[in-house]
Design a binder for this molecule. Structure first.
Ligand code: PLP
Length: 504
């Protein structure tokens, strides 16, 4: 192990009943898991093969084969005369796929295993500041001590509520106090709590269509009827909302919107529409539920402040946000900012469902915000995602098979593109062909109340530029396969050699 490396204890036992899986494959998989769990960070040096073999009581050849395999797959990098280290940029392959390259080749098939997913805009877990979070949680556990680990306020850790209030006031122009903040386990819980607090059977909740279906489900589950309102290049079409609301005889309880970057189309709600929506809310007395899921990721110009930032909006607007995009979806922490009466009622509902949140995580996050660590991570991540967005844009616009078939507009922010295809494109067939080539994409109709849309949401953030190049190439090849006119050059349908290499 290198002089700068921290000691790493690795318990590994060869299973005799591993279904005939060779020892070096078992070892390679175990090492991949160590890397994915973060116990071996990018750049960490591994002990030499001799040392590793002795400590694991394995033949050195087994260790060398496993290390070679992982170098070939991109998990490790060989350092001339200095052994191996964990690669700085890790492959996006799930553990279950960590099979030896040679064995896959021998079976002669690499199809049908989705290796890259154009998800709906998930951040790159490889960038998450895991060490920083782990250290903060350890400190929180110690600071809270045994007396702090009992039952506590269902509205969340009082320290975090205070820190969050300050944070959203400073960074997002809200004007709230700690008693306006309710900490949840993510936005989904926030939406469910709001639905259970605000909605009575027979009430109507209006939503954007296309929109965020898991949000719709929360309102439906609470007994609401859903009113679907179309979206155009300026976001929610408020005129249509107004026309439909007139026929509801006061039953419109809330409007659920994603004004910053509309989900899934990415368009910001225009300033005119914002004013129009606020005025309508005041006139008809409905609550605006503002889901601000990716505020940090605005790339061009200054982002518009949230709707909830308007001075007069304390009553009538509810703000929902989470750390799922800022850090990672598995860090279950979100929050609601609302007037104190609503916060108290939602907090009582939370107590019934879940008693309280994860106090250790909440205190750790409070510390990370106070120390500016979360903000530092946001700045770094924003820069990386801006680059990835630009790379994706260039790749899409320069691929002759794609550029004539897709309308490619760069999102001003957020972690996904909304790609609209021309009339000749069959998105479902394209998605199937892409899946056969190892690329997962979800047709945009998944975000619609009914019918079809010739578009899909393409998250770029969790893929490195190299991976994006492969994905776009495979997208081009699969589009060409399903839409013969997609190309202006009669080339082979096969992806490039570079793609084959990176796609495994
Ligand atoms: C519109 C929208 N809201 C909220 C979220 C985040 O949900 P949660 O905080 O429950 O992870 C997402 C995640 O994809 C989203 O797309």
């Amino acid at each position: 192990m290198g002089p700068d490396a921290r000691p790493w204890r690795f318990d590994f036992a060869v299973a005799d009943d591993a279904g005939g899986t060779p020892r070096h494959v078992q070892l390679a998989r175990a090492l991949v898991r160590e890397i994915q769990r973060g116990r071996l960070a990018p750049g960490a040096r591994l002990p030499g093969s001799r040392t590793l073999a002795a400590s694991l009581k394995l033949n050195r050849k087994v260790v060398v084969a496993a290390l070679d395999e992982l170098v070939a797959q991109g998990w490790l990098e060989a350092l001339p005369a200095r052994g191996t280290q964990v690669a700085q940029s890790l492959p996006a392959m799930p553990v279950a796929d960590a099979q030896p390259v040679r064995a896959r080749g021998a079976r002669g098939s690499t199809t049908n295993a989705v290796r890259f997913t154009l998800n709906d805009g998930i951040p790159d877990a490889r960038l998450a500041p895991l060490d920083v979070i782990a250290r903060a949680q350890r400190r929180a556990l110690t600071t809270l001590g045994r007396s702090g680990l009992g039952y506590s306020d269902p509205a969340g850790d009082p320290v975090l509520r205070e820190v969050l209030a300050h944070f959203v006031n400073q960074a997002r122009g809200l004007a709230c106090k700690p008693e306006h903040v309710l900490v949840t386990r993510g936005s989904q819980m926030a939406l469910s709590l709001l639905a259970l607090t605000l909605v009575e059977r027979g009430d109507v909740v209006a939503v954007e269509n296309p929109g965020y279906v898991p949000g719709w489900r929360a309102f439906e589950f609470a007994g609401a009827s859903i009113l679907h309102v179309p979206v155009d290049a300026q976001g929610l079409v408020v005129d249509v909302l107004e026309a439909k609301a007139k026929r509801l005889a006061g039953r419109l309880k809330a409007v659920y919107v994603t004004p910053h970057h509309q989900y899934p189309t990415t368009v910001p709600l225009s300033p005119e529409r914002r004013m129009q929506l606020r005025a309508l809310a005041e006139k008809l007395g409905f609550t605006i539920i503002e889901d601000d899921y990716d505020y940090e990721y605005h790339f061009d110009g200054t982002p518009l402040l949230p709707l909830s930032a308007a001075a007069s909006s304390r009553r009538g607007t509810v703000y929902v946000a989470s750390l799922s995009k800022l850090i990672a979806p598995a860090v279950r922490l979100g929050y609601i900012v609302a007037d104190s009466a609503l916060t108290a009622r939602a907090s009582a509902v939370r107590e019934i469902l879940d008693r309280q949140g994860d106090i250790v995580l909440e205190r750790a996050i409070a510390e990370l915000i106070e120390d500016g660590e979360l903000q530092r991570h946001a700045r770094r991540a924003r820069q990386i995602y801006r680059e990835r967005r630009d790379v994706m844009l260039t790749l899409l616009r320069s691929d002759p098979r794609l550029r004539s078939m897709l309308e490619v507009r760069p999102p001003a922010g957020g972690l996904a593109f909304w790609l609209s295809a021309s009339e000749t494109v069959d998105i479902r067939a394209w998605a199937q062909a892409a899946a056969a080539r190892g690329v997962g994409l979800t047709p945009g109709s998944a975000h619609l109340a009914s019918g079809n849309v010739r578009a899909f949401r393409a998250g770029f953030a969790s893929l490195t530029p190299d991976e994006l190049a492969v994905v776009v190439d495979l997208l081009g090849a699969s589009l060409e396969e399903t839409t013969p006119t997609a190309t202006d050059r009669k080339s082979s349908h096969a992806p490039s050699r570079r793609s084959r290499r990176l796609a495994g």
